[in-house]
Design a protein around this ligand. Structure first.
Ligand code: 4AD
Ligand code: MG
Length: 432
């Protein structure tokens, strides 16, 4: 039997009409004469009102049997209702039970994080987790729209790779038949090849880092957006980044106000995220940290407390540019006027969310690249193809990588990245 189902998100197009919705019971209240069913269908939430004196006894009894997360087809008339959160109510005339769910493990009471993580496959049904995943999907839509409208081609780099991009300490090792292989840490090197073929490109895919650190910003498996642009230099690269991040935030503000409300996000802070973003050099950042009581030497990398202290001076994301060559990746182009620093930037999000973007202009000079391979003890064999890009029509080029989960955490205002991805892979957690 085919049913003509409506979605809760579309009920505003069916005011005073009768609709049928496939849904789950989220919660229920009853006064003895009226049952209030909190219904969800994934697209939204709506309250169904069952009035004992207005429905046949079997409809009343079916509604009375519903437990949390029972599945059903509900039929009713859509009423505008200014008191309800969604602005609409369903005056229920029919209930067809699909399955009664017994002892749903996540009750409206408080549960510990470990318990919720063990039940992540069910936890994502909660209004809060749903709101986060909807915002994540909107961010991905905004990313694609931004690049598609600006002449970028989507290119998919490989996931199984023979060599590293971001150092060897957190490589995820696996076997590739008789060879050693690694899950990709970043698609960048391949995106550089793609930029030489297609001009402006971006990738969106999973990346893997066997991070031994258990922090609220690190995942083992996370998703990155990596644009790469031929003929684009350091300063232009920063301009693309600030336009890009502003576009994402504006898109979420425009399309996800309900979800931001569920998360109780202070949207006034997000409204301020418009290009241009402030820029400070690494040198200035070090000076600032020292002046503010941090023990820090030039040449060290910033930790989370340093990033948080630096970001606290700004309402927008801040670029930290021109980092010491020695602590950055092998492929970054040195500043011609000061080769001890590279033409790169980290973008630090406001409100303590840390680094969301790492990017740089890339080395285009074959001789310098050869030198870097030697210094970093990288196998010439494994990177031969990457050298070719500097041999056959090398051009200035730049790119960056935006970490999706940290961006979601910041825009949603979350404590921890574990809630930003449907099934987080964390240190010591591979279930569910
Ligand atoms: O700064 P990273 O390491 O830069 C790169 O991988 C470059 N190859 C990107 C490029 O230029 N194409 O990583 C980029 C971003 C970080 O700023 C951060 O947002 C995110 O990826 N990231 C992580 N997110 C969650 N968990 C982790 N373990 C992460 N490591 C990096
Ligand atoms: Mg980085």
């Amino acid at each position: 039997m085919s049913r003509n189902l409506s979605m809760i998100r579309d009920v505003n197009q069916h005011i005073n009409e009768t609709v049928t919705i496939g849904c789950w019971l989220h919660n229920k209240r009853s006064s003895g004469k009226i049952q209030f069913l909190q219904l969800r269908d994934g697209s939204g939430f709506i309250q169904g009102v069952v009035v004992k004196s207005e429905v046949p006894p079997e409809v009343w009894d079916a509604a009375a049997k519903l437990t949390q997360e029972s599945s059903l087809y509900v039929t009713g008339t859509v009423r505008e209702d200014s008191r309800s959160k969604s602005g609409f109510e369903l005056n229920v005339t029919g209930v067809e039970i699909i399955q009664i769910a017994n002892d749903y493990p996540i009750t409206p009471k408080e549960h510990g994080v470990d318990y919720l993580m063990d039940h992540r496959h069910l936890w994502i049904r909660s209004p809060r987790q749903r709101a986060i995943l909807v915002i994540r999907a909107q961010i991905i839509r905004a990313v694609q729209q931004f690049f598609d409208e600006r002449g970028f081609q989507l290119v998919d780099p490989p996931i199984l790779t023979p060599s590293s991009c971001e150092g060897t300490t957190n490589l995820f090792h696996t076997k590739y038949f008789d060879e050693d292989a690694y899950l990709t840490q970043s698609g960048q090197l391949y995106m550089e090849a793609a930029a030489m073929a297609l001009g402006k490109v971006y990738s969106f895919g999973p990346t893997f880092r066997a991070e031994k650190s258990k922090t609220r910003r690190h995942l083992i498996e996370f998703w990155m957006i990596e644009p790469e642009m031929a003929f684009v230099t350091h300063e232009e690269n920063l301009e693309v980044q600030e336009q890009f991040v502003s576009h994402i935030v504006a898109s979420v503000l425009q399309h996800c106000h309900k979800e931001l409300e569920v998360l109780e996000r202070d949207t006034a802070k997000l409204e301020k995220i418009t290009a241009p973003f402030p820029r400070i050099t690494y040198d200035e950042a070090v000076k600032f940290l020292k002046a503010n009581g941090h023990e820090f030497e030039w040449g060290e990398d910033f930790g989370a407390p340093h990033e948080t202290a630096l970001a606290a001076s700004y309402e927008k994301p801040v670029f930290i540019t021109h980092w010491p060559t020695d602590i950055k990746a092998f492929y970054m182009k040195p500043d011609p006027s000061r080769p001890e620093v590279v033409l790169c930037a980290d973008m630090i999000a406001p409100e303590g969310y840390g680094e969301i973007i790492g990017g740089s202009q890339r080395i285009d000079d074959p001789e310098l690249m050869e030198k870097r391979f030697a210094e970093h003890e990288l196998s010439r064999e494994a990177y031969q193809w990457y050298m070719d890009l500097r041999k056959y029509g090398s051009v200035p080029h730049s790119g960056f990588g935006l970490g999706l989960e940290r961006t979601v955490a910041w825009i949603c205002g979350l404590e921890h990245v574990r809630e930003t991805i449907p099934f987080p892979r964390l240190l010591y957690r591979l279930y569910p």
